[in-house]
Design a protein around this ligand. Structure first.
Ligand code: PLP
Length: 221
């Protein structure tokens, strides 16, 4: 069995049944992504629209595609043709752009609200205290559907240190769920990467985004 294929199979065997793997494909070749798919990956996460488009044109809809990087306004039209979910929504302005583009394509786009759980300056994501207002605004748009939250957390040396940020985001997720905002379905909680995915699923993540443990260290980007 190829290395990548084996890595995916091992991770999948380790994840609790309710947790789905998002294979983070940035800077990886199509061949590597295909090997991950042969190992059982069913969702590919991509950070950049143009890079995703190249892979999507070859691989197509036999997997789901999640946008896990920041979306720029000028890439929205292309993005909504490729992605099955946008995990990184953090402003009403970009939500309006997505809504408009989806209306034109007769699509409903599932989105996760990205939370800046470390409250870091110059970091993408809505602050936890801004989440409710943003969710209510986005819920009013007809061609977007809020389906959960996503967070990165600060870059940390020690995996255990992620736990507080994952707990905070899980609490926010439960609070938002309890509000029963019409049109909002709090279903997905996307947290955890290669160094933190075990902590993340212990704290309630049901999507984990993993690159390095599947594909090895990234050379570029
Ligand atoms: C690259 C990336 C990942 C995966 O990171 P690894 O440390 O390689 O597992 C997960 N989430 C996002 C948003 C990323 O950009």
């Amino acid at each position: 069995m190829g290395l990548i294929k084996g890595n995916v199979a091992r991770i999948l065997s380790e994840l609790p049944a309710e947790v789905e793997l998002v294979a983070a494909g940035k800077a990886r070749a199509v061949e590597e992504i295909l090997e991950a798919i042969s190992g059982g990956a069913r969702i590919i996460g991509e950070n950049y629209v143009q890079e995703a488009e190249k892979k999507f044109n070859i691989i197509g809809r036999k997997v789901k595609w999640h946008l896990i990087g920041h979306l720029q306004k000028n890439k929205v039209k292309k993005a909504i043709r490729i992605f099955d979910m946008i995990e990184t929504l953090d402003s009403f302005e970009i939500a309006e752009n997505i809504d408009e583009a989806c209306l034109a394509e007769n699509k409903i786009m599932p989105v996760l609200i990205e939370i800046n759980s470390g409250k870091e300056e110059n970091k993408s994501g809505a602050l936890p205290e801004e989440a409710e207002a943003l969710i209510r605004q986005v819920a009013a748009l007809s061609n977007l559907k809020v389906t959960g939250l996503m967070t990165m957390g600060p870059a940390l040396e020690n995996a255990e240190d992620y736990r507080q940020y994952f707990k905070l985001t899980k609490n926010l997720f439960e609070t938002m769920r309890s509000l029963n905002i019409p049109g909002v379905e709090m279903k997905y909680l996307s947290m955890g990467m290669s160094d933190s995915y075990r902590i993340a699923f212990q704290e309630g993540a049901n999507l984990v985004r993993i690159g390095t443990v599947i594909f090895g260290p990234r050379i570029k980007a």
